[in-house]
Design a protein around this ligand. Sequence first.
Ligand SMILES: CC(=O)N[C@H]1[C@@H](OP(=O)(O)O)O[C@H](CO)[C@@H](O)[C@@H]1O
Ligand SMILES: [Mg+2]
Length: 561
Amino acid sequence: MAEEQRSVLLESAAQFPVPHGVTLSYGTAGFRAEASKLSSTLFRAGIIAALRSLKTGCTVGLMITASHNPVGDNGVKIADPDGSMMAQSWEPFAEALANAETPECLVELVFQFVKEEGITFGGERPAEVLLGRDTRPTGEALLEVSKQGIKAIIGVVPLDMGIVTTPQLHWMVWRKNKGLNALELDYFMQLSESFRCLIEMVPEGITKQNFDLRLIVDGANGVGGMKLEQLKELLTGQEIQVRNACKQGLGVLNERVGADYVQKEKVAPCGFGPNDIGLRCASFDGDADRLVYFRISRVNINSVDLVDGDKILSLFALFIKEQLHMLNSGIKDLKNALPASLGIVQTAYANGASTDYLKQLGLEVVFTPTGVKYLHKKAAEYDIGIYFEANGHGTILFSEDFLSKLQEKKNYFAASSAGSDPLKACLRLLAVSSLINQAVGDAISGLLLVEAVLQYMGWTVQNWIELYHDLPSRQLKVKVADRTAVITTDAETQVLRPFGLQEAIDAETAKYDRARCFIRPSGTEDVIRVYAEASYQEAADSLAQSVSQHVDRFLGLQSLK
Ligand SMILES: CC(=O)N[C@H]1[C@@H](OP(=O)(O)O)O[C@H](CO)[C@@H](O)[C@@H]1O
Ligand SMILES: [Mg+2]
């Protein structure tokens, strides 16, 4: 077997040589680069995914996307059996394999790794990799290359799920490993049914009658808009209009559209104009794992009032807290109560006003380094964990144990107190758990939950915007000679190396009222990011500026000379 495996690998790897001068790192969200340079990487990602499937004895996923990057780029992410990002412990191997210079080096790496990990080639357990891609024109060819990589590991089978959003593919992997139906139609049915269930339980009243059902969604000219158009047909009680929905010849993926653009530039995407002033609008990123809301400003139609991930998180946290309260209030016999740990997970980029708001609600707020893989892992430690990055990537995780207790409670209340608040709370929480993606942040399911919660609250977008007021902030990037020279700790809020830089940041920060500032090396770009927050905009700007100068002084490009 080993000899056969060796020669299959050597032969197939020879077809996809590594381009010169390109070094890839697995980064915060997989490999990403200009599409024309990615054949060898995608082939190798296929091998990695296949080995991951052999190791775990489960189905894993391989998604071909470069998210919000320009249309000429592409990339790949691997999903673990539970639908989350590939285990970090495999990243060094993934990186080494992607950069192995020759087929011989590649084979050596594979064999050494397989030995270390105790993986058996061609084992008895079925091994399978689900493949998906976004709408990028280079996706199809790269998918074929990944298939070659998967098939180069004997006993592993690729299964092409076609054009899907990143969260759909993660969801399919998660479902498949639970032995549940995992086709796109199952995804659509589950979302539309749990959404209907939440809408049916919106309390009657004036607010319900007055609620404006209209919502306009910017699909970033990508896969998300396309899928929402399909799902829309199954939804009742919602008026969704999709723009930039990836129609042939109309608009370029991520070009002046999409969640990343709207959030960073704070402007309306293409296709939105004066007629939309005041309306509730939302935007997806290119692979639909990020969601932001916005409203075109009445004062200046070029700018938007942004509702970012922090505010989506706050809305969800408020709703979940209320349902948990409803579930347990009025219960006289303590054995009928269902205590639940509720954790809120943010990164240092979360606006300080959101953190204050959440803490004021009495919630437990914890911080992790940037990157969904860290947030997700932390959120999974709670009965209910809600996580979001400010850029709009996030979800709500329910533990299996809590869900089974919730199911029991529902049955109990259904038999003993039909129509009661605790029963409604159980039903709503169960519906949320099946609506919101349990594998990864999902713009489509997040959007449906936002709509259901707003209807439940009877809130306009204005009510939501006023939940709290963001502290002014500024983000800058500094090009440095070597960004790995910066080592941080404490969820990236403190610099350990180079020595003296943290003291300089502290001294600058102390000059302003209610100010906060941190720096960290980006995981996706070759820069150091500087973030500053203060009580007024000029202070945030000038703090970010002066800290950037310190970064430049300590690490700037001149130190290359
Ligand atoms: C400040 C910021 O928005 N950082 C983004 C960005 O990571 P960086 O490591 O900061 O480059 O891309 C990541 C992947 O999409 C995302 O998880 C993260 O939030
Ligand atoms: Mg994305």
